[in-house]
Design a binder for this molecule. Sequence first.
Ligand SMILES: Cc1cc2nc3c(=O)[nH]c(=O)nc-3n(C[C@H](O)[C@H](O)[C@H](O)COP(=O)(O)OP(=O)(O)OC[C@H]3O[C@@H](n4cnc5c(N)ncnc54)[C@H](O)[C@@H]3O)c2cc1C
Length: 465
Amino acid sequence: MTEATRSSGAATRRALVVGGGVAGLVVARDLASAGVDVVLVEASDRLGGEVGRHVVGGLPLDAGAESFATRGGTVRAYLDELGLGDDVVLPDPRGAWVQHGSGQAFPLPRTGLLGIPGDLAADDVVAVVGAAGTAEAARLDAAPGDVGADETSVGGLVRVRMGDAVLDRLVTPIIGGVHSVHPDALSVDRVAPGLRAALRREGSLAAAVLSVRALAPAGSAVAGLRGGMASLAEALVAELDRLGVEVRLGAHVAALDGRSVTLNGDAAAAGQGAAATSSTSGAPERLEADVVVLAVGDGAGRVLTGRAAHAAGLITLATLVLRDPRLDAAPRGTGVLVAPGADGVRAKALTHATAKWPWLAERAAGRHVLRLSYDSPAVTGATTDDELRSTALADASVLLGLTLDPATVEDAARVEWSAPLPQEAAGASSSLPDGVVRVGGAVAGRGLAAVIAHARRVAAELVAR
Ligand SMILES: Cc1cc2nc3c(=O)[nH]c(=O)nc-3n(C[C@H](O)[C@H](O)[C@H](O)COP(=O)(O)OP(=O)(O)OC[C@H]3O[C@@H](n4cnc5c(N)ncnc54)[C@H](O)[C@@H]3O)c2cc1C
């Protein structure tokens, strides 16, 4: 039993799921499948949270998550269960590049884990880190295996075992691009379970990386869905509909009191799925259940559980759909991760989506889709859409090594998301009120693999009561 469900022993007959992102949808489906009466309340006018779709240049594109980690096989098995298994696709094997302050770009080394090299002598590692940096890394990594094994953050571990050059030139851009945080703020055990134990066992971090990689199934570390990851959210919405889950959109939970929640009185009307209704406007409304599942994301989760609020930054995504035949050659593979301090670029990552996903290239029919991500304050909410479009095109020109012409851009879009907050301490859920459990990225770790696996575990424990 996890800390999340230890508190209450009462049977779960009626559950209230707060938040309709993937975590909430997964829990709601599993509880409803087991015969629990489920009500799901979602503050916005759509379900899916950070998984959703927008149309740019006539192409239906992922507006948030666009892939899933294949580790553990959890998401793949879940997609099979939802009938989406035939749509699972692997990204183009050309891989991504990394761009440095020097303006130079390099293909990412093949034998790494989160950018931590498995072979410090490999040519592709020396090319990125430099001869002096790899020599220093090899010297540090020759220390006994228990040196650094108590470091809990990825940054701390890499700094001690391989030094600043490996951290700055490889690990930081990869972690920043994938997890939107600095490696110092990311728990090793969450993103690379078993790595610290392997370090003690193998005696070096490079050998530990190889050993953890050898245990992982062969093939790509990530996969996607033909049609986009938004199909996952759509399939889950259809499931809730089929199972008769009551879904209330525009229903913002303002307060949590034991096993009851208070909805804002001025909730907006909306509709998604046959079972969806809009929340009533007027007086605040109270809902009660045997169990309340908080699936609200980092910021709201802190507020509702009485933790100190934490100002969240923004991640801005700029998507360009353009026609330039020079991009057919995928000059930087599937995209570029940007090291801090790279000259003349404000983006932290670029995904060449039509190079990464062959199904999308087919649909784009000769056009290209580039997706650039920015951390605030590099590009703030004050930037106009036209300014963002120009910035994104200028950055894409630097990162792809080509001068892209504004006249080739057929359409552009901007999406803004809350940046993840530092992960909450393990055990944060144990202090929740009796009958309240938490799921989602803040407690499970960022990414669909972690979020889905954790949400299913919590649902199974609630059902098993
Ligand atoms: C741009 C971007 C790209 C990403 N790319 C990937 C990727 O490629 N691969 C991957 O695995 N992961 C990726 N992720 C991360 C992944 O999408 C998330 O970890 C996951 O979707 C989080 O799901 P969740 O249900 O925990 O939270 P969310 O999706 O944030 O859902 C929380 C829901 O709760 C609702 N809510 C909030 N407050 C309240 C309230 N008070 N009352 C009622 N409802 C409320 C919100 O409106 C929202 O719908 C990406 C994330 C972003 C933003």
